[in-house]
Design a protein. Structure first.
Length: 341
């Protein structure tokens, strides 16, 4: 008897997802239609960041990651500037305080924008060297922000398309330093620690070993990094990318490993663009925080890609259980070119 659906439980968070096998969609049904058109270059605030009123860049690299100037006449490929409309800003480190029954903390931190030069070339269009240059910018600003007072976590993320929250078409990522450990990161850390104590093994290493043994959910890999659609995918065509060597901290990965991660990210985003007609997506980095004395050897830093292939409805909002209408096995096969639309 064929079941209508299957519940799968996440190894780290304990969350359940539903894979609706009985009413699964064909992979081609997830293609974006119509494709979001690029906004005009004229008036784009990131075409020439300094001319648009931004201060000198915090850093700027050329297409192979060498430091350069950030003027329009300089050969910069990626530059980082302070966000003109920050969610977190300068201030004095504050203690938690109470407002009635609630806990409150001032939003002290930092908010930066990582801008790439070409208006219409998205992450999936980069060369390996260009992708590595952007990753170098992530790492270097991450390290700088870790040294700032009050900071407990630094979030690196990228929004592409209006459906993913990007208010400006021009490709850019963001880096936000905040005075708390985010709840989703804390759950990831706690789940990883629990598995380590119970099994004396990194939960993410266990996932990768099983994915490589099974093979059905792998999307792409190289010597240093592995991408797969998770067995417990929260949304259709979700992908995660891990460095193959166990490492809790982003900033402690070697240049070769960061190049491997950047290359796999670029390749997977290219696959999503080609197969799903350039959908909106978010990606973000989860790493152990270096601002704590806590032992994080149980953790494994990684990157998650969430394409905007579906919308939360009443069941998902009311229960926190997400329904995926395509299996991760079928999604990975389609991205690899091993399944028909």
């Amino acid at each position: 008897m064929e079941h209508i659906s299957e519940l799968r439980q996440d190894l780290v968070s304990g969350d359940w997802v539903v894979v609706a096998t009985g009413r699964a969609k064909r992979p081609g049904a997830f293609k974006e239609s119509p494709v979001e058109a690029p906004s005009p270059r004229e008036g784009c605030p990131f075409e020439d960041p300094q001319a648009a009123g931004n201060e000198a860049a915090l850093l700027a690299y050329d297409r192979v990651g060498r430091p350069v100037g950030s003027k329009a006449s300089d050969p910069w490929f990626v530059q980082v500037v302070s966000n003109k409309f920050p969610a977190f800003g300068q201030g004095t480190c504050d203690e938690f305080h109470s407002v009635g029954p609630y806990t409150v903390l001032d939003g002290v931190g930092s908010h930066e924008v990582v801008i790439t030069r070409d208006h219409e070339r998205q992450w999936g269009d980069f060369s390996d060297g260009e992708a590595a240059a952007v990753f170098a910018a992530y790492r270097d600003r991450y390290l700088a922000l870790l040294r700032a007072p009050c900071v407990r976590y630094v979030s690196v993320f990228h929004n592409h398309g209006r459906g993913a929250g990007a208010s400006v078409w021009h490709p850019h990522s963001q880096i936000i330093a905040i005075p708390v450990i985010p709840p989703d990161v804390k759950r990831s850390l706690d789940g990883s620690r629990r598995y380590w104590h119970e099994n004396e093994l990194c939960v993410h290493c266990a996932m990768m070993a099983w994915e490589q043994e099974e093979g059905t959910r792998i999307v792409f890999e190289n010597e240093h990094a592995l991408a797969f659609c998770p067995f417990v995918s929260r949304t259709a065509f979700e992908a995660r990318i891990f460095p193959k060597r166990h490492e809790p901290f982003l900033e402690r990965s070697s240049p070769e490993e960061l190049l491997g991660m950047a290359t796999v990210l670029r390749t997977v985003l290219q696959m999503l663009g080609q197969k799903l007609n350039h959908p909106a997506y978010n990606f973000f980095i989860h790493t152990a925080p270096s601002t704590s004395e806590e032992d994080y050897r149980h953790y494994h830093w990684h990157l998650e890609i969430i394409p905007k292939t579906q919308v939360w409805a009443g069941f998902e909002i009311g229960t926190g259980i997400e329904i995926s209408t395509i299996s991760p096995e079928m999604a990975a096969a389609y991205l690899r070119g091993d399944a028909e639309a």
